[in-house]
Design a binder for this molecule. Structure first.
Ligand code: HEC
Ligand code: HEC
Length: 377
């Protein structure tokens, strides 16, 4: 009877495979390089980017800044179903905490760098509604000291000035990486060879489901809990919002984006002295991700970027259109997979989980352990 109770209460010892997977989820890595932004890790650019992030004067009506929607206390989300500033947008505001590890930005990945991404909301008519000329004038009026320090001055041409602002904003965002939580403390205990007490038996049971039976880890993997890719979960569609083509459109948009990795605004590393003379080296080609991008890939219809699950307990509502208010509602969706997608097809590997109530509660309890232990900035 006791043995049976223990078995029900939660994991008593991990299999070798489970242990290996769990150890791959922590600790948080050092930030990845940002090859097209020369000032990405310049401390002066970080300070400049921070002042831009909070500057409402950059918006056309002086009413909103990046921080109006990416609120620091909410892990840089806004707690709203969809974003609202000058107008109401179709999509939910994601956190900016994992920018330093991203390859594609926005839910549909229509920007291929965080600096190019940052120019989007500045000009978006329903977000900050500015023009490049308005942005340049504001940079000269309010940020010229910082611009001189970081770039030698504000660029003459408005697009160049906009790009500079984007690069400083990226430098700031790169410092926001999620902070370690109780889960990380547990993985450290596990790595040191003991099945530690940082997680409760219920949370460990949820973790076992996450990396096992529920297969969440097949998409939410690595220390950021994302594969940085795009999937169509076959979410129930909200007819009023119309059909969102997701990655199918984003992949086309980024290929022709005037600020993509191939553009003249992308910084390039200094050419190496051992440059080959027999033609270009295929392995050092800049922007390989763009080269192999195929917007007609059928799985990209209504596919959206896998979000990081770091601090997920504090970043609701959930999904690209904010259609779920709680983690319980998200889990109920994965448990039952109701309805049929209106566009494309649901990722073929997804099957209704059909878990018990206790298992669903355990999974949710586990997700809550991904919250940072230190308070938000
Ligand atoms: C009106 C609210 C609003 C404002 C203002 C705003 N954002 Fe956003 N942000 C959003 C929404 C909504 C998305 C997702 C849009 C989409 O996918 O189409 C987003 C996406 C992002 C992303 C992509 C994150 C990811 O994982 O792909 C970053 C980075 C970001 N914003 C940074 C900024 C910066 C920098 C500014 C200021 C220049 C800013 N945002 C202003 C609402 C806002
Ligand atoms: C096939 C890949 C895949 C699998 C498997 C998967 N997810 Fe997701 N998850 C995604 C994608 C993609 C999104 C965003 C979908 C959208 O907005 O259209 C998402 C969104 C979420 C969100 C909302 C996060 C936010 O900030 O909006 C949570 C929570 C979540 N998943 C948890 C889980 C859990 C728990 C499991 C296992 C039961 C799981 N996921 C399995 C790909 C996956």
């Amino acid at each position: 009877m006791l043995v049976l109770l223990l078995a029900c209460a939660g994991p008593v010892g991990w299999t070798e495979a489970e242990r290996t997977t769990i150890l791959s989820l922590s600790p948080l890595p050092a930030r990845a390089p940002s090859p097209t932004n020369r000032v990405a890790d310049d401390p002066a650019a970080v300070r400049l980017g921070e002042s831009l992030f909070f500057d409402e004067g950059l918006s056309i009506d002086g009413q909103s800044s990046c921080a109006s929607c990416h609120v620091p206390e909410l892990h840089f989300t806004d707690g709203e179903r969809v974003a609202t500033a000058i107008g109401v947008g179709p999509r939910n505001t994601p956190s900016v905490e994992s920018v330093a590890w991203g390859t594609w930005f926005f839910w549909d990945g229509r920007a291929d760098s965080a600096w190019a991404q940052a120019t989007g909301p500045l000009l978006n008519p329903i977000e900050m509604g500015a023009t490049p000329e308005h942005v340049r004038a504001r940079l000269l009026a309010a940020h010229s000291v910082g611009f001189t320090e970081v770039f030698g001055g504000v660029a003459e041409d408005p697009t160049g000035a906009l790009v500079q602002a984007g690069k400083a904003l990226e430098a700031f965002e790169r410092t926001l990486g999620p902070k370690a939580g109780r889960f990380d403390r547990y993985v450290a205990q596990l790595g040191a060879g003991n099945d530690g007490d940082a997680l409760s038996a219920e949370e460990k049971r949820g973790l076992r489901l996450f990396v096992g039976e529920a297969a969440c880890v097949s998409c939410h993997h690595g220390p950021l809990f994302t594969d940085h890719s795009f999937h169509n979960l076959g979410l129930p569609n909200i007819p009023a919002g119309g059909i969102d083509p997701g990655r199918a459109r984003g992949a086309g948009d980024v290929g022709v984006d005037a600020l993509n990795c191939r553009s003249r605004h992308a910084d390039r590393p200094a050419p190496s002295t051992s440059e080959r003379t027999d033609g270009p080296d295929p392995f050092s080609e800049p922007c390989p991700e763009l080269r192999y991008l195929d917007p007609s890939f059928p799985d990209w219809a209504a596919a959206f970027k896998t979000p990081s699950l770091r601090n997920v307990a504090a970043t609701g509502p959930y999904m690209h259109d904010g259609q779920f208010d709680s983690l319980g509602a998200v889990l109920h969706f994965y448990d039952t997979l109701p309805g049929k997608p209106l566009v494309g097809h649901r990722e073929l590997t997804l099957e209704p989980l059909a878990l018990s109530g206790a298992d669903l509660a355990a999974l949710e309890a586990f997700l809550r352990t991904l919250s940072a232990e230190s308070p938000a900035p």
